[in-house]
Design a protein around this ligand. Structure first.
Ligand code: ADP
Ligand code: ASP
Ligand code: MG
Length: 474
């Protein structure tokens, strides 16, 4: 039994051109696989708008969140207006869109009435997850209109997580049980389920979300729990590239990556993949392909247990974080706990420590704020730390500043001394705050001032990229 999980991101479902491509891809693959499962994100930009609505609701800015809901309604109705749908499908979809948005308005209202912290987090997750519920219904209707049997499935029904709102972790055993009960009978009847990415629920039925870009993780979990043969991520770029193509027009597609390399790339900031999506696939050895929805004929990137025969550097990423320095040694454990605590308070998320280094008279730490903490998570953390430093003698000794972590990803990085030396030489004039090589030997990271990041990325990219992508040596 061969099962394919295909995930379509917001860039794919946001416009009629993407949806037309999606339809022809699904029709084509339906004939080639025994079972197809689709996972969809919200239309591009919708989750950002919903986060803003949730923020305004917490400020009791009723006019603000209502305006956002009205804009979202217009956008979704305009999209379905341009799709080739029959009258009945269109009317049913319009009714679904209105119902979901009205329910969400009610949740905004409840949130603005300032409930307890726990119900506030639940309400935020319910609000920000509406985008996926809308898009899954649109995609399923489009497939049905084209004679494919398809049903929209809410991730809240099948994906069970812990109760860390905004950044929940899936429980594979419970999710598998739900899938066996709800999804498998559909798959056996050749129905194509369109599962909402990003959203899930706790065993108690409270809605959660998986962190920004969480539809990728939904696809991974679906693949593991259905013993899928492959996962394909359809997006708006040609595959995993040597750098974010938005940062440099020299970026090239990397055609093959190992799971470890892809995991490193995801962890250190390639927005294309959710940080936690690779490990479950690696454990089950399920291959992952990243493909461009607008160029289905190009091969994209294959992530598998492929082993590079020679050491190679393949990609460079940037991730913004917070650097903290103190003119004395010690206290790192306490600092980590304090920063994490502050982060949890302001963003409901945990920070990740990427670097820690100490000399005889100085300590330095760099933290990364998860994207689930929202677009201004880093700024909120800085403000929270300033407030605490004013009252806490220990924290007052630490100076915080925004930093950027530049990471070079590859294979057997520890053997590439000459290339690493070239990279460091290429950064002449840029202040390096810390350096480290990952124990997996799949990455090498540098901490630099955020103001130097763009320039540093261009320089490093020049060193690692040769015409075929990836560079290997000695
Ligand atoms: P989707 O809506 O398909 O989930 P995302 O916006 O989450 O799309 O991710 C796709 C984007 O990831 C690309 O448009 C690209 O700018 C960005 N990106 C960051 N790093 C990389 C990289 N190394 N390779 C390819 N794309 C990258
Ligand atoms: N819509 C969610 C987000 O924007 C999840 C996803 O796109 O994967 O983060
Ligand atoms: Mg994404």
């Amino acid at each position: 039994m061969r099962t394919l999980v295909m995930k379509f991101g917001g860039t794919s479902v946001g416009m009629t051109t993407g949806l037309t491509q999606l339809l022809s891809i699904v029709m084509y693959e339906y004939e080639r696989w025994d079972r197809l499962i689709l996972v969809v994100s919200a239309l591009e930009g919708v989750t950002d708008a919903l986060l803003e609505a949730a923020r305004l609701a917490q400020l009791a800015n009723r006019r603000g969140y209502r305006r956002i809901v009205a804009t979202l309604r217009t956008r979704h109705l305009a999209l379905i207006e341009h799709l080739p749908l029959g009258v009945n499908e269109r009317i049913a979809l319009q009714a679904d869109i209105d119902r979901l948005l009205f329910d969400m308005l009610d949740t905004c209202q409840a949130l603005s009435d300032r409930p307890e912290k726990t119900s506030r987090q639940e309400a935020v997750d319910a609000i920000i997850g509406v985008g996926e519920r809308l898009s899954a219904r649109i995609v399923a209707a489009l497939l049905r209109q084209n004679d494919l049997r398809s049903v929209a499935i809410d991730g809240t029904e099948i994906l069970i997580t812990d109760s860390i709102h905004g950044n929940a972790t899936p429980n594979f055993a419970l999710t598998r049980e739900r899938i066996n009960t709800l999804l498998s009978p559909m798959l056996e009847r050749r129905i194509v389920p369109v599962v909402t990415g990003f959203i899930a629920s706790t065993t108690a039925g409270k809605q959660t979300t998986l962190g920004r870009g969480g539809s990728d993780l939904t696809a991974s979990v679906m693949a593991v729990c259905t013993d899928a043969s492959e996962v394909w991520i359809w997006t708006d770029v040609d595959g995993l590239m040597s750098a974010d193509p938005r940062d440099t027009d020299q970026a090239r597609v990397v055609t093959q990556l190992s799971y470890s390399e892809a995991a490193e790339l995801a962890y250190f900031g390639a927005r294309l993949l959710h940080t936690r999506m690779i490990a479950p696939l690696q454990e089950r050895r399920i291959p992952l392909r990243v493909r461009n929805i607008f160029k289905p004929q190009s091969i994209g990137t294959l992530v598998s247990d492929f082993v590079e025969s020679v050491p190679a550097l393949k990609a460079v990423t940037l991730i913004n974080g917070l650097g903290m320095a103190c003119a004395q040694t010690g206290g790192i454990g306490r600092l980590i706990a304090t920063v994490d605590d502050a982060m949890f308070e302001v963003g409901g998320a945990h920070t990740d420590v990427i670097f820690s280094s100490q000399s005889s008279w100085q300590s330095f730490l760099a933290f990364v704020v998860p994207t689930s903490a929202g677009l201004d998570g880093l700024h909120s953390l800085e403000l929270a730390l300033d407030a605490r430093a004013a009252q806490d003698e220990f924290l007052a000794k630490w100076a915080a500043r925004p930093v950027t972590i530049l990471t070079i990803v590859g294979t057997r990085v520890n053997e590439l001394h000459t290339l690493i030396a070239e990279i460091i030489a290429s950064l002449a004039g840029i202040r390096l705050l810390a350096l480290s090589q990952s124990p997996s030997n799949c990455s090498f990271s540098l901490v630099i001032d955020t103001g130097d990041a763009e320039d540093a990325l261009e320089r490093v990219h020049q060193v690692i990229v040769v015409p075929q992508g990836g560079r290997s040596t000695r």
